[in-house]
Design a protein around this ligand. Structure first.
Ligand code: NDP
Length: 252
Protein backbone atom coordinates (compact mmCIF):
# COMPACT_ATOMS: atom_id res chain seq x y z
CA UNK A 1 0.00 0.00 0.00
CA UNK A 2 1.15 3.56 -0.73
CA UNK A 3 2.12 5.42 2.44
CA UNK A 4 2.46 9.09 1.48
CA UNK A 5 2.57 10.16 5.13
CA UNK A 6 5.26 7.77 6.31
CA UNK A 7 7.71 9.50 8.64
CA UNK A 8 5.15 12.10 9.62
CA UNK A 9 3.81 12.71 13.13
CA UNK A 10 0.12 13.64 13.16
CA UNK A 11 -1.69 14.99 16.21
CA UNK A 12 -5.48 14.72 16.12
CA UNK A 13 -7.38 16.73 18.75
CA UNK A 14 -10.90 15.45 19.38
CA UNK A 15 -10.03 11.92 18.24
CA UNK A 16 -12.23 9.73 20.43
CA UNK A 17 -15.23 9.76 18.07
CA UNK A 18 -16.59 10.98 14.77
CA UNK A 19 -14.42 12.89 12.31
CA UNK A 20 -11.31 12.90 14.51
CA UNK A 21 -11.43 9.16 15.16
CA UNK A 22 -11.90 8.31 11.47
CA UNK A 23 -9.17 10.77 10.49
CA UNK A 24 -6.71 9.26 12.96
CA UNK A 25 -7.30 5.86 11.40
CA UNK A 26 -6.95 7.26 7.90
CA UNK A 27 -3.74 9.19 8.65
CA UNK A 28 -2.26 6.08 10.28
CA UNK A 29 -3.23 3.99 7.25
CA UNK A 30 -1.40 6.54 5.08
CA UNK A 31 1.72 5.92 7.16
CA UNK A 32 1.71 8.68 9.79
CA UNK A 33 2.54 8.09 13.44
CA UNK A 34 -0.67 9.36 15.02
CA UNK A 35 -1.11 10.97 18.45
CA UNK A 36 -4.74 11.05 19.53
CA UNK A 37 -6.12 13.56 22.04
CA UNK A 38 -9.54 13.73 23.74
CA UNK A 39 -10.94 13.35 27.24
CA UNK A 40 -12.25 9.75 27.04
CA UNK A 41 -9.15 7.65 27.68
CA UNK A 42 -10.89 4.32 27.11
CA UNK A 43 -12.14 5.31 23.67
CA UNK A 44 -8.64 6.49 22.76
CA UNK A 45 -7.17 3.21 23.99
CA UNK A 46 -9.53 1.24 21.75
CA UNK A 47 -8.62 3.47 18.81
CA UNK A 48 -4.88 2.99 19.36
CA UNK A 49 -5.40 -0.78 19.57
CA UNK A 50 -7.29 -0.77 16.26
CA UNK A 51 -4.62 1.33 14.55
CA UNK A 52 -1.86 -0.95 15.84
CA UNK A 53 -3.77 -4.07 14.77
CA UNK A 54 -3.94 -2.58 11.29
CA UNK A 55 -0.17 -2.17 11.31
CA UNK A 56 -0.05 1.53 12.23
CA UNK A 57 1.57 3.51 15.01
CA UNK A 58 -0.41 5.50 17.57
CA UNK A 59 -0.16 7.10 21.00
CA UNK A 60 -3.11 8.18 23.15
CA UNK A 61 -2.95 11.21 25.43
CA UNK A 62 -6.10 11.86 27.46
CA UNK A 63 -6.43 15.62 27.69
CA UNK A 64 -9.13 18.24 28.00
CA UNK A 65 -8.17 20.82 25.39
CA UNK A 66 -9.86 23.62 27.34
CA UNK A 67 -7.04 23.17 29.91
CA UNK A 68 -4.10 25.07 28.40
CA UNK A 69 -1.52 23.63 30.80
CA UNK A 70 -2.66 20.07 30.06
CA UNK A 71 -2.38 20.68 26.32
CA UNK A 72 1.13 22.11 26.74
CA UNK A 73 2.10 19.02 28.76
CA UNK A 74 0.75 16.80 25.97
CA UNK A 75 2.80 18.75 23.42
CA UNK A 76 5.92 18.24 25.52
CA UNK A 77 5.30 14.49 25.51
CA UNK A 78 4.85 14.49 21.74
CA UNK A 79 8.15 16.36 21.38
CA UNK A 80 9.93 13.97 23.73
CA UNK A 81 8.49 10.74 22.35
CA UNK A 82 8.20 11.38 18.65
CA UNK A 83 10.25 14.48 17.90
CA UNK A 84 7.29 16.85 17.50
CA UNK A 85 4.20 17.08 15.32
CA UNK A 86 4.31 18.03 11.64
CA UNK A 87 0.56 17.58 11.11
CA UNK A 88 -2.19 18.85 13.37
CA UNK A 89 -5.89 18.17 12.88
CA UNK A 90 -7.45 20.66 15.29
CA UNK A 91 -10.90 19.15 15.46
CA UNK A 92 -12.44 19.07 18.97
CA UNK A 93 -15.78 20.85 18.92
CA UNK A 94 -19.31 20.88 20.26
CA UNK A 95 -22.58 22.07 18.71
CA UNK A 96 -25.41 23.14 21.01
CA UNK A 97 -28.03 25.02 19.00
CA UNK A 98 -30.97 26.76 20.69
CA UNK A 99 -33.02 29.89 20.01
CA UNK A 100 -31.05 32.86 21.35
CA UNK A 101 -33.99 33.97 23.51
CA UNK A 102 -33.64 30.85 25.63
CA UNK A 103 -30.53 32.50 27.04
CA UNK A 104 -28.71 29.19 27.36
CA UNK A 105 -25.62 30.98 28.60
CA UNK A 106 -23.93 27.81 29.84
CA UNK A 107 -24.23 26.25 26.36
CA UNK A 108 -22.98 29.46 24.72
CA UNK A 109 -19.96 29.31 27.02
CA UNK A 110 -19.26 25.60 26.40
CA UNK A 111 -19.15 26.21 22.66
CA UNK A 112 -16.90 29.25 23.01
CA UNK A 113 -14.63 27.47 25.52
CA UNK A 114 -14.09 24.44 23.29
CA UNK A 115 -14.51 25.65 19.71
CA UNK A 116 -12.50 28.85 20.22
CA UNK A 117 -10.41 28.69 23.41
CA UNK A 118 -9.70 24.95 23.12
CA UNK A 119 -8.76 25.40 19.46
CA UNK A 120 -6.36 28.20 20.45
CA UNK A 121 -4.84 26.14 23.27
CA UNK A 122 -3.98 23.43 20.74
CA UNK A 123 -2.60 25.99 18.29
CA UNK A 124 -0.50 27.56 21.03
CA UNK A 125 0.95 24.24 22.09
CA UNK A 126 1.66 22.74 18.67
CA UNK A 127 2.36 25.56 16.20
CA UNK A 128 6.00 25.83 17.37
CA UNK A 129 6.42 22.12 16.55
CA UNK A 130 4.80 22.57 13.14
CA UNK A 131 7.09 25.48 12.29
CA UNK A 132 10.13 23.56 13.45
CA UNK A 133 9.14 20.47 11.47
CA UNK A 134 8.43 22.51 8.35
CA UNK A 135 11.88 24.07 8.64
CA UNK A 136 13.48 20.66 8.93
CA UNK A 137 11.50 18.69 6.33
CA UNK A 138 9.94 21.30 4.05
CA UNK A 139 6.27 21.04 4.91
CA UNK A 140 3.85 20.77 7.82
CA UNK A 141 0.06 20.92 8.04
CA UNK A 142 -2.37 22.69 10.32
CA UNK A 143 -5.90 21.56 9.48
CA UNK A 144 -8.73 23.14 11.45
CA UNK A 145 -12.21 21.63 11.47
CA UNK A 146 -14.65 24.44 10.75
CA UNK A 147 -18.15 23.93 9.30
CA UNK A 148 -20.46 25.22 6.59
CA UNK A 149 -22.03 26.97 9.58
CA UNK A 150 -19.13 29.42 9.22
CA UNK A 151 -20.88 30.94 6.20
CA UNK A 152 -24.47 29.63 6.05
CA UNK A 153 -27.37 30.85 8.19
CA UNK A 154 -29.23 28.32 10.33
CA UNK A 155 -31.71 29.85 12.82
CA UNK A 156 -30.85 28.70 16.34
CA UNK A 157 -27.21 28.03 15.47
CA UNK A 158 -25.94 31.60 16.02
CA UNK A 159 -23.29 30.91 18.65
CA UNK A 160 -22.04 27.67 17.11
CA UNK A 161 -21.90 29.28 13.68
CA UNK A 162 -20.04 32.28 15.04
CA UNK A 163 -17.42 30.01 16.62
CA UNK A 164 -16.96 28.32 13.24
CA UNK A 165 -16.73 31.67 11.43
CA UNK A 166 -13.91 32.35 13.87
CA UNK A 167 -12.22 29.08 12.89
CA UNK A 168 -12.44 29.75 9.16
CA UNK A 169 -11.28 33.36 9.38
CA UNK A 170 -8.49 32.50 11.81
CA UNK A 171 -7.34 29.78 9.42
CA UNK A 172 -7.05 32.23 6.52
CA UNK A 173 -4.96 34.57 8.63
CA UNK A 174 -2.72 31.82 9.92
CA UNK A 175 -2.28 30.53 6.37
CA UNK A 176 -0.99 33.93 5.31
CA UNK A 177 1.39 34.06 8.28
CA UNK A 178 2.62 30.49 8.33
CA UNK A 179 2.71 29.71 4.61
CA UNK A 180 6.00 31.59 4.39
CA UNK A 181 7.34 29.10 6.95
CA UNK A 182 6.14 26.12 4.86
CA UNK A 183 3.24 25.38 7.18
CA UNK A 184 0.10 24.82 5.12
CA UNK A 185 -3.10 25.90 6.87
CA UNK A 186 -6.48 24.51 5.81
CA UNK A 187 -10.03 24.82 7.08
CA UNK A 188 -12.38 21.93 6.41
CA UNK A 189 -16.02 22.94 6.27
CA UNK A 190 -18.30 19.91 6.32
CA UNK A 191 -22.05 19.86 5.94
CA UNK A 192 -23.88 17.32 8.10
CA UNK A 193 -21.80 14.31 9.14
CA UNK A 194 -23.32 11.53 11.25
CA UNK A 195 -21.30 11.55 14.51
CA UNK A 196 -21.86 12.00 18.24
CA UNK A 197 -22.13 15.76 17.63
CA UNK A 198 -25.91 15.65 17.13
CA UNK A 199 -26.37 13.55 20.28
CA UNK A 200 -25.35 16.44 22.55
CA UNK A 201 -28.12 18.71 21.25
CA UNK A 202 -30.74 19.33 23.95
CA UNK A 203 -33.02 21.80 22.16
CA UNK A 204 -36.09 19.91 20.89
CA UNK A 205 -36.60 22.08 17.81
CA UNK A 206 -33.01 21.66 16.68
CA UNK A 207 -33.11 17.92 17.38
CA UNK A 208 -36.24 17.55 15.26
CA UNK A 209 -34.72 19.63 12.44
CA UNK A 210 -31.54 17.54 12.39
CA UNK A 211 -33.43 14.25 12.58
CA UNK A 212 -35.90 15.35 9.87
CA UNK A 213 -33.04 16.22 7.50
CA UNK A 214 -32.24 12.51 7.24
CA UNK A 215 -35.42 12.09 5.22
CA UNK A 216 -34.22 14.42 2.48
CA UNK A 217 -30.52 13.53 2.35
CA UNK A 218 -27.97 10.88 3.18
CA UNK A 219 -25.58 12.39 5.76
CA UNK A 220 -21.82 12.21 5.22
CA UNK A 221 -19.88 9.64 7.18
CA UNK A 222 -16.82 10.50 9.31
CA UNK A 223 -14.79 8.43 6.83
CA UNK A 224 -15.79 10.77 4.00
CA UNK A 225 -14.21 13.67 5.86
CA UNK A 226 -11.21 11.57 6.93
CA UNK A 227 -10.52 10.83 3.27
CA UNK A 228 -10.36 14.58 2.64
CA UNK A 229 -7.99 15.13 5.56
CA UNK A 230 -5.67 12.47 4.16
CA UNK A 231 -5.86 14.05 0.70
CA UNK A 232 -4.95 17.53 1.99
CA UNK A 233 -1.93 16.21 3.86
CA UNK A 234 -0.71 14.05 0.96
CA UNK A 235 -0.51 16.85 -1.61
CA UNK A 236 2.89 18.06 -2.86
CA UNK A 237 4.38 20.66 -0.47
CA UNK A 238 3.64 23.56 -2.84
CA UNK A 239 -0.11 22.83 -2.82
CA UNK A 240 -2.28 24.19 0.00
CA UNK A 241 -6.04 23.66 0.02
CA UNK A 242 -7.07 26.77 1.93
CA UNK A 243 -10.68 25.74 2.44
CA UNK A 244 -12.52 22.58 1.59
CA UNK A 245 -16.31 22.47 1.76
CA UNK A 246 -17.59 18.90 1.78
CA UNK A 247 -21.34 18.44 1.57
CA UNK A 248 -23.83 15.62 1.55
CA UNK A 249 -25.00 15.58 -2.05
CA UNK A 250 -28.60 16.13 -0.99
CA UNK A 251 -27.93 18.98 1.47
CA UNK A 252 -28.96 22.36 0.01
P1 NDP B 1 -18.03 14.17 17.91
O1 NDP B 1 -18.87 14.66 19.04
O2 NDP B 1 -18.18 12.77 17.48
O3 NDP B 1 -16.50 14.46 18.21
C1 NDP B 1 -16.04 15.52 19.02
C2 NDP B 1 -14.67 15.18 19.55
O4 NDP B 1 -14.20 16.28 20.34
C3 NDP B 1 -14.67 13.96 20.44
O5 NDP B 1 -13.51 13.19 20.20
C4 NDP B 1 -14.62 14.56 21.83
O6 NDP B 1 -13.97 13.66 22.72
C5 NDP B 1 -13.74 15.77 21.58
N1 NDP B 1 -13.86 16.73 22.65
C6 NDP B 1 -14.99 17.31 23.14
N2 NDP B 1 -14.69 18.11 24.17
C7 NDP B 1 -13.34 18.02 24.35
C8 NDP B 1 -12.45 18.59 25.27
N3 NDP B 1 -12.85 19.45 26.21
N4 NDP B 1 -11.14 18.26 25.18
C9 NDP B 1 -10.72 17.40 24.24
N5 NDP B 1 -11.51 16.84 23.32
C10 NDP B 1 -12.82 17.14 23.39
O7 NDP B 1 -18.38 15.15 16.71
P2 NDP B 1 -17.74 15.40 15.24
O8 NDP B 1 -16.78 14.37 14.87
O9 NDP B 1 -18.88 15.69 14.36
O10 NDP B 1 -16.99 16.78 15.50
C11 NDP B 1 -15.67 17.06 15.13
C12 NDP B 1 -15.60 18.47 14.59
O11 NDP B 1 -16.35 18.54 13.38
C13 NDP B 1 -16.18 19.54 15.50
O12 NDP B 1 -15.32 20.65 15.53
C14 NDP B 1 -17.50 19.89 14.82
O13 NDP B 1 -17.88 21.20 15.12
C15 NDP B 1 -17.11 19.72 13.37
N6 NDP B 1 -18.22 19.55 12.43
C16 NDP B 1 -19.09 18.51 12.54
C17 NDP B 1 -20.15 18.39 11.66
C18 NDP B 1 -21.17 17.30 11.80
O14 NDP B 1 -22.24 17.41 11.18
N7 NDP B 1 -20.91 16.26 12.57
C19 NDP B 1 -20.33 19.33 10.54
C20 NDP B 1 -19.34 20.36 10.49
C21 NDP B 1 -18.33 20.46 11.40
P3 NDP B 1 -14.20 13.55 24.33
O15 NDP B 1 -15.65 13.74 24.58
O16 NDP B 1 -13.69 12.18 24.60
O17 NDP B 1 -13.32 14.61 24.92
Amino acid sequence: AATPLSGRVAVVAGASSGIGEASAERLAALGAHVVVLARRAERLGDLVARIEQAGGQALALAVDVTDAAAVRAAAERVAAESGGADLLLNNAGVMLPAPIEELAADQWQRQIDLNITGLMNVIGAFVPQLVQAAGARGVADLINTSSIAARNIFPGFAVYSATKAYVTHLSRHLRAELGARNVRVSAIEPGIVGTELQGHVTDEGARAWLEGSKETMEWLTPQDVAETVGFIASLPPRVNLQQVTIMPTGQP
